[in-house]
Design a protein around this ligand. Structure first.
Ligand code: GLC
Length: 442
């Protein structure tokens, strides 16, 4: 069975790869894509020296802080409460199958030991510990995958030149060698993937900072072929993705949507981003920003909204990557930990309707979404309606009931579709899940 599934995924991916001439994903890569697609839920961490200012990860740009001033933050960075294992255990407990962490954000500060610059957490702070290394060890121990966010944009380096659209007040000179900058990224990625060989993905961000109109020009300006080939050759199972807010480029292994479930454009980042046949991931924030915001510490989305996001992403065949910004002392706000625990309880009970499912054959409706697995359709009722109609024909309904067995559901099948009469949900039910079994696979 496993082999059949793998062959199907292989064929599907080869088909997807056909649209991207030149890049043929390796077998390890296809296996990794499959594992990734089944994961459905990951935790995103934005953490760096910016957390000390408690105003999000863009603070250097937003407050026009020069690099010379900003870099002093590193001298005071001592997150005494940082405990990689505690973090990873909390994420795993929430039901996350992987975590993605900022190894280097737009401020240019590396949260790992690097020979390419002293501006890193080991050599440039009194803390002196390799945050990424410790998270890598903890993830390996707990059996979840570590993905690395890596910013292509840099507000600190002179060789990030010509300048892009952001970071203009950082005080850098109006000169610099762009090729040197790209060599620097190349060398850092080599370090990361050699030192931590089991990294699950490199999650690029920031190439939108310099974006010529022509896509080919854009791609070659950033040397994507060279970077992607490097990653795939150093670590064949490492997936490549980039948050460039446009259709995937050749060499990318999954497609990212920022703050939008695929198909939406509420964030303003997803206009014209067609959904491709690559695995999908949507990233969103638990609180008010990606990086820690001291004025909104603990100001998080309610559980019902998070469950809705998980279900709606899965309904579109996408993973949800949910972000938390830890405090500068290395702790995760208590309210965040409480929420993670609650998500974990929900995932424990209802994960079967999310993990390793496919997006449902019925598109999103006013009441909610569907996910499916073989001959089972999971109907996620996120907004209660007494009766709902499923335009599903040609497959005999065998049984219908609430997934958690807490009550009967009346289902009537007609030529045009199925009508479900739903019981009243208990007040704190974020997602009433109906399980429908059919005679044949959907
Ligand atoms: C945006 C922001 C960045 C954040 C990212 C996460 O690109 O620039 O701060 O890391 O989104 O998706």
């Amino acid at each position: 069975m496993k082999r059949i599934v793998l062959t199907v995924v292989l064929l599907a991916s080869l088909f997807a790869a056909k649209a991207q001439p030149g890049y043929v994903p390796s077998e390890e890569n296809l296996e990794a894509r499959k594992e990734f697609s089944e994961a459905r839920f990951g935790i995103f961490i934005h953490w760096g020296i910016y957390s000390m200012l408690g105003d999000g990860e863009w603070v250097m740009n937003n407050r026009d802080i020069s690099y010379e001033e900003y870099k002093n933050l590193a001298g005071g960075f001592y997150p005494s409460k940082f405990d990689a294992e505690q973090w990873v255990k909390a994420f795993k407990g929430a039901g996350a199958k992987y975590m993605t962490v900022t190894s280097r954000h737009h401020d240019g500060f590396s949260m790992f030991k690097t020979e390419q610059s002293g501006y890193n957490v080991v050599d440039g702070t009194p803390f002196g510990r390799d945050v990424i290394g410790e998270l890598y060890e903890a993830c390996e121990k707990e059996g979840i995958k570590l993905h690395l966010y890596y910013s292509q944009l840099d507000w600190g380096r002179n060789d990030y030149y010509p300048r892009g659209n952001t970071g203009h007040e950082s005080g850098r000179p109006d000169s610099g060698d762009w090729n040197e900058y790209k060599d620097f990224m190349y060398a850092q990625l080599t370090e990361l993937l050699t030192r931590y060989p089991n990294i699950g993905a490199i999650w690029y961000d920031g190439m939108w900072d310099k974006q010529p109109e022509d896509r080919q020009e854009w791609k070659s300006m950033w040397d994507l072929d060279r970077q992607y080939e490097l990653i795939h050759s150093l670590s064949p199972s490492c997936l490549v993705a980039s948050n460039h807010h446009s259709a995937p480029f050749e060499g990318e292994d999954f497609q990212i949507f920022e703050r939008d479930v695929p198909g939406e454009n509420k964030s303003g980042f997803s206009a014209g981003q067609k959904i491709t046949s690559l695995p999908l991931e949507t990233c969103d924030i638990l609180g008010a920003s990606w990086g820690y915001d001291i004025c909104k510490d603990g100001d998080y989305k309610p559980l019902s909204e998070i469950v809705g996001l998980i279900a709606r992403s899965a309904g579109k065949g996408a993973n949800l990557l949910l972000n938390i910004g830890p405090r500068p002392d290395g702790s995760i706000p208590e309210k965040g930990l409480e929420l993670l625990e609650k998500i974990g309880v929900w995932m424990d009970r209802y994960g079967e309707t999310i993990y390793a499912t496919q997006g449902g054959c019925i598109p999103e409706q006013s009441w909610g979404v569907t996910t499916q697995k073989a001959d089972v359709l999971y109907v996620h009722v996120l907004n209660h309606e007494d009766t709902i109609f499923l335009p599903l024909t040609g497959n005999k309904l065998v049984s219908a009931g609430l997934f958690d067995g807490s009550g009967p559901v009346k289902a009537s099948q007609y030529k045009e579709g199925i009508v479900l009469t739903l019981p009243k949900p208990a007040e704190d039910t974020p997602d009433m899940i109906v399980e429908l079994r059919f005679k044949n696979n959907l």
